[in-house]
Design a protein around this ligand. Structure first.
Ligand code: WQD
Length: 336
């Protein structure tokens, strides 16, 4: 059996997926340049799983070094988590985002082709749906209308993958559209480590609860939702990671093809639902104020996750309480 290459395997979603792959008995090779992660994550993956893996500290767009990884290991499939992911930063640094996310991915795909490795799983995002015309979002819903370079990189790579498959249908490609990943591994050993002040809701809530930030700004309470605040489909990162294992198993047993799946719970929660759920789950207070809407935000976004259930046999199992407790446990450990 060949090995699975995990690019960006020290990052938030990459590390949780590495754990699930190792737990499922797969052999993996991780590459990461630690641009948004730390080396201890690798030790913690080993601690959680009690398994070992090969690691290369390289940039996935460094063709020469990447080729060496393919030379030294029999790579059968690739999971790509090596993308930049901060929406706000992408507006300020479009060249860096397009270069790392798109050029990097092209180097990776070209190298895969050179070594005859044609199984690829790509981390896409619900952001490719832009402002949804209807919810829940199915995989057939219109894509486009992204409002920032980060979203554009996801949309363009999806197009690149479709074109690649059209040109050579011996590729086996799976595009996974993540909704809003939150939470952390229940061990508290790996989790999300945003640099500076977080932009996403859950990391912000956690830092208010810990006293590192004073209060949460709730961006608008006049949306057309049950309490006026924005509604999203929050999904536990461990469920998300398990979705990758299922996707890989599908690519392993199916004939070649290109497949697209939403990975979400199918349930939407508002910002205030999240605040309340967090307070109940952790018995911590989360002071907040209502402020102006954030530019570029949409009212409601949640998935129809039935295709993944039908075709992958995957369903999100963890509750909102788990998401809150696990997010908190990780930060509590960091503070000790
Ligand atoms: C969720 C809700 C905010 C912070 C973004 C990207 C997406 C994906 C995940 C990243 C919204 C509200 C937030 C705060 C708030 N990609 N909010 N106060 O915007 O759905 O998605 O992150 O890798 O591509 O677009 O997630 O967590 O930023 O916001 O009121 O301090 O919380 O308005 O309704 P979003 P989010």
């Amino acid at each position: 059996m060949g090995k699975i290459l995990v690019t960006g395997g020290a990052g938030y979603i990459g590390s949780h997926t590495a754990v699930e792959l190792l737990d499922a008995g797969k052999e993996i090779v991780i590459i990461d340049n630690f641009s948004n992660s730390k080396p201890d994550v690798l030790e913690n993956i080993k601690k959680i799983t009690n398994k070992d893996f090969k690691f290369y500290e390289i940039d996935y767009s460094d063709r020469e070094k990447l080729e060496k990884v393919f030379e030294e290991n029999e790579i059968e499939s690739v999971l790509n988590f090596a993308g930049y992911k901060a929406v706000g930063e992408s507006v300020k640094k479009p060249i860096e985002y397009y270069t790392n996310n798109i050029s990097g991915c092209l180097v990776l795909l070209d190298t895969m082709r050179k070594y005859g490795c044609k199984k690829f799983i790509f981390s896409s995002s619900a952001t490719v749906y832009g402002d949804p015309e209807i919810v829940p979002l199915t995989e057939e819903c219109k894509i486009g209308g992204v409002t920032n370079p980060y979203g554009a990189t996801k949309l363009f790579i999806e197009q690149i993958l479709c074109d690649l498959y059209d040109s050579d249908n011996t590729w086996d490609i799976c595009i996974l559209r993540y909704f809003n990943p939150v939470g952390a591994h229940e061990s508290g050993l790996i989790g999300e480590e945003p640099q500076g002040i977080p932009n996403n809701l859950m990391p912000y809530i956690v830092r208010v609860a810990s006293g590192q930030l004073e209060k949460l700004s709730v961006f608008g309470d006049d949306y057309d939702t049950h309490d006026g605040t924005g509604v999203r489909d929050y999904i536990h990162v461990v469920d998300l990671a398990k979705g990758h294992v299922k996707a890989l198993e599908k690519l392993d047993k199916e004939k070649e093809g290109i497949f697209i799946y939403n990975l979400g719970t199918g349930v939407g929660y508002s910002v205030l639902d999240m605040v309340k759920a967090f307070e109940i789950a952790t018995e911590k207070e989360v002071p907040y104020v209502i402020t102006e809407r954030r530019e570029g935000d949409i009212a409601t976004c949640y998935s129809d996750a039935s295709k993944a259930k039908r075709e992958l046999g995957w369903i999100a199992e963890k509750s909102l309480e788990d998401m809150c407790k696990d997010s908190w446990r990780y930060i509590e450990r960091q503070l000790k």
